[in-house]
Design a protein around this ligand. Structure first.
Ligand code: FNR
Length: 342
């Protein structure tokens, strides 16, 4: 089968991995309304291309928190990558390095954060779930010692979402969360966690702090008041609270509330270069992809990851050329037409 776009990788990944792993990766929470919305919302936004612009050179290079990246695309944290490939997160890290981009490694990885750092050839951020404060403190210290360059605190998980589809296909017991000696340590998020966690984390580490899972202007405002370095607009790929809007729909409200005080990234449903163009037009500095790199990993290891990222990069480059945008700085709000809300 010719692999022409990321959906081809999705179809092949589905054939390559067992049903329980597939459903765990693919599913959303409850009725999967938000999971579907993440895609359909992109389809409703239309582009307003400009013509007769010199697009003989397209420049995709950017920075996130001062780090140079070849493209405004990096890899979201996803748990248990050992379900897609025997080397799991270590192989994902090699794929990110081949693509020259940043990888965010999950607390719930199937390889320890030190093993992933040793295998990686490029920059890493560590994604943190707060289970207990002592456990979180230890993870932060380990991540800093292992050379991770940013700390991504996921804030949309006071409990795990209700992944009904996955509940029907229990995962094999052999897959482990390798960052914990005792698995129960890494299992339950602390539901009492509040904004006080941010000064506490700041007291532990000098790493830049990124909040993942912000969906309202109010919380974006609050995050800025707490001095975070960046926000990831995310609904966890539709896996937490079902019936929240698509991330692309809330992006404008968040960008407005932030008013340039920190960087804003977006994830959720990015499958095409034009999706990325729309997110950048509405004010995201970069996007993250969660499931597509898992598909690449399942189909062809590190090379598959790199191929999926290259497809998205090439599609973004093509979309920029056709839309009359030679640089990322030429992309602005005037490039999109939002759907008419009756
Ligand atoms: C996730 N996501 C996630 N987020 C996080 O902060 N920590 C984690 O451990 C995980 N684990 C996880 C597992 C799987 C299988 C998926 C699909 C997602 C959410 C992830 O970081 C990201 O927000 C979404 O995946 C983005 O949506 P797309 O690109 O998958 O549509």
């Amino acid at each position: 089968m010719d692999l022409i776009n990321v959906f081809d990788y999705e179809a092949l990944a589905r054939e390559r991995i067992d049903i329980s792993s597939w459903v765990y990766y693919a599913c959303g929470a409850d009725d999967e309304v938000t999971l579907r919305a993440n895609r359909s919302a992109f389809e409703r936004i239309k582009l307003r291309p400009r013509v007769l612009v010199d697009v003989s050179q397209i420049d995709l290079t950017t920075t996130v928190l001062g780090m140079s990246l070849p493209m405004p695309i990096f890899i979201a944290p996803t748990a248990l990558q050992g379900l897609a490939h025997p080397k799991g997160e270590c192989e994902m890290a090699r794929g990110a390095a081949l693509a020259g981009t940043l990888l965010v490694v999950s607390t719930s990885a199937s390889r320890s954060l030190e093993e992933v750092a040793a295998a990686a050839g490029g920059p890493l951020w560590f994604q943190l779930y707060i289970t207990t404060r002592p456990t979180a403190q230890r993870l932060v210290e380990r991540a800093e010692a292992a050379g991770y360059q940013g700390l991504v605190l996921t804030v949309d998980t006071p409990r795990w979402g209700n992944k009904e589809r996955a509940a029907r296909y229990p995962l094999s017991r052999s897959i482990r969360k390798a960052n914990f000696e005792n698995e129960s340590e890494g299992d339950l998020p602390d539901p009492s966690c509040t904004w006080e966690i941010i000064p506490w984390l700041r007291s532990l580490t000098r790493l830049p702090l990124i909040l993942k899972g912000i969906l309202t202007g109010e919380d974006a405002q609050r995050a800025c008041e707490h001095g975070v370095d960046a926000i990831i607009v995310s609904n966890h790929g539709g896996r937490q609270l079902d019936s929240v809007p698509a991330t692309i729909e809330v992006l404008p409200e968040i960008v407005e509330a932030v008013a340039g005080r920190c960087e804003v990234y977006l994830d959720g449903g990015i499958r095409r270069g034009t999706d990325i163009l729309k997110a950048l037009a509405l004010g995201a500095r970069a996007v993250l992809v969660g499931r597509p790199p898992l598909w690449g990993l399942a189909v062809n290891g590190a090379q598959g990851v790199a191929d999926v990222l290259a497809m998205l990069r090439d599609e973004l480059e093509q979309a920029m050329a056709l839309a009359g945008c030679p640089h990322l700085t030429s992309i602005d709000r005037s490039l999109v037409r939002l759907p008419h809300v009756p």
